[in-house]
Design a protein around this ligand. Structure first.
Ligand SMILES: NC(=O)c1ccc[n+]([C@@H]2O[C@H](COP(=O)([O-])OP(=O)(O)OC[C@H]3O[C@@H](n4cnc5c(N)ncnc54)[C@H](O)[C@@H]3O)[C@@H](O)[C@H]2O)c1
Length: 329
C-alpha cells in the first residue's frame, strides 16, 4: 500500500504518518503501509521535527511543495494507491484577518489534487475535514446529511473543498471518502491553538486569554483517536460517503480552561477575559453513530488522561515549542 499524505508535517497529518509507520509505543497502523510520501509546503504550522520519530524509516519520503502546484502534484501523485489529504490552512483566527490563503490552499489546492488523482487513477482519496462546516448547533447533534452552513472563512473554505471532493465522486466516479472531525488536542499541535497555547503560556508562568463568556462548547478528541478513525475510513469506508469522527467530551471553553489550569497547577488568576472572536460559533456537536455502527469505531483515550499526557508532553518538549513561540509568538 503506497500512501500519499498531504500536510503530513502538520499536527494531525504527522500523527497519521507516525501511526502508519508504527512508531514505537503507538498502535500499529490498521492498513500496513509499504511506502508513505509526505507532500507538505512547510507553512508556519508545518514542522519537519514532527516527523523526527520516523525520520529514518526507509519507507518515508518527504516532498517539500505546494498542493496547488499542478506540475509538482502531477509528478508526485502517480504510483500511490491512496491519498490522505490533510494539507490546509487550519486556524480560524487567521482566516478572519486574511482569507486568501484559505481559499487558495483549501479550495484550489484540493481541486488540483483531485484532478491529479483522477488523471492518475488513484485508488482512494480520503478528504479530511471538520465539524465546523455545519456552522453552530444549539441542541442535538449533526448527522452526516445535515446542510452545510459554515460561518468563518476557514470553515467556508473547508465546506467548499468537501463539496468539490464529493462532486468528483459523483461526476467522475473518483473513490472519495470525507471525514469530519471535532476539535483535536495532543502533542505536536502548533501553539496558536487553544490547548497548546494555554498549556505553554501556563508552563511559562504567563496568562491565558479566554474568549467572551467562555460558554462556547466544543467536543474534544485526542489526535490519535482522530487518526484511528481516518484509518478505518481509509480502509473500509464506502466511496462517496461522509463519516463523522468525534465522541470525545463536550466542554465549554471555561470547563476546558479549568482542566488545563488544574493540569498545570495554576489558578483562575491566570485567566484574562478577551473580546469574543468575530462570528464565534456557539456549539459544535457531531452524531458519530454512522462510523460506530458501520466501521466499529470508538474513541479510546479518556479526556482527563489525554489532557494530562498532553500537558506532560509539552512540559517535556520545550525544545519543540519554544522556538515556534519565539518566532511566531
Ligand atoms: N485541528 C483540528 O482540531 C481539526 C479538526 C478537524 C479537522 N481538521 C482538519 O485536519 C487537517 C489538518 O489539520 P491540522 O490541525 O493538522 O493543521 P496544521 O495547520 O497543523 O497542519 C497543516 C499542514 O498542511 C501544510 N500545508 C498548508 N498549506 C499547504 C499547501 N498549500 N501545500 C502543502 N502543504 C500545505 C502545513 O505546512 C502543515 O504541515 C486540516 O485539513 C483541518 O481542516 C483539523
Amino acid at each position: 500500500m503506497r500512501i500519499l499524505v498531504t500536510g503530513g508535517a502538520g499536527f494531525i497529518g504527522s500523527e497519521y504518518v507516525r501511526m502508519l509507520l508504527g512508531r514505537p509505543g503507538a498502535d500499529a497502523a490498521r492498513a500496513p503501509a509499504t511506502a508513505v510520501t509526505v507532500l507538505d509546503k512547510l507553512t508556519y504550522s508545518g514542522n519537519p521535527a514532527n516527523l523526527d520519530p520516523v525520520r529514518h524509516d526507509p519507507r518515508l519520503r518527504f516532498v517539500h511543495g505546494d498542493i496547488g502546484d499542478a506540475t509538482l502534484v502531477d509528478d508526485v501523485v502517480p504510483d500511490h494507491d491512496v491519498i490522505v489529504h490533510f494539507a490546509a490552512e487550519s486556524h480560524v483566527d487567521r482566516s478572519i484577518t486574511g482569507a486568501a490563503p484559505f481559499v487558495t490552499t483549501n479550495v484550489l489546492g484540493t481541486q488540483t489534487l483531485l484532478d491529479a488523482a483522477l488523471r492518475h487513477r488513484t485508488g482512494r482519496f480520503v478528504h479530511v475535514s471538520t465539524d465546523e462546516v455545519y456552522g453552530s448547533i444549539e441542541s442535538g447533534s449533526w448527522t452526516e446529511d445535515w446542510p452545510l452552513a459554515p460561518n468563518s472563512p476557514y470553515s467556508a473554505s473547508k465546506a467548499g473543498s468537501d463539496l468539490l471532493a464529493l462532486a468528483y465522486h459523483r461526476t467522475h466516479g473518483l473513490d472519495v471518502v470525507v471525514t469530519r472531525c471535532s476539535n483535536n488536542y495532543g502533542p505536536y499541535q502548533f501553539p496558536e491553538k487553544v490547548v497548546p497555547l494555554f498549556v505553554t503560556n501556563l508552563l511559562d508562568g504567563g496568562t491565558v486569554p479566554l474568549y467572551g463568556d467562555g460558554g462556547n462548547v466544543r467536543d474534544w478528541l485526542h489526535v490519535h483517536d482522530h487518526c484511528r478513525g481516518i484509518a478505518l475510513v481509509q480502509e473500509k469506508g464506502r466511496a462517496g460517503e461522509v463519516y463523522h469522527i468525534g465522541g470525545g467530551t463536550e466542554l465549554t471553553n471555561r470547563e476546558l480552561t479549568g482542566k488545563l489550569l488544574a493540569a498545570c497547577g495554576a489558578g483562575w488568576d491566570r485567566v484574562v477575559p478577551v473580546t469574543d472572536r468575530k462570528g464565534h460559533d456557539r456549539r459544535y456537536s457531531l452524531d458519530i453513530t454512522k462510523i460506530e455502527t458501520e466501521l466499529g469505531y470508538a474513541p479510546s483515550i479518556d479526556l482527563d488522561h489525554g489532557l494530562a499526557e498532553t500537558v506532560r508532553w509539552y512540559r517535556e518538549n520545550r525544545a519543540w515549542w519554544e522556538p515556534l513561540k519565539a518566532a511566531h509568538g
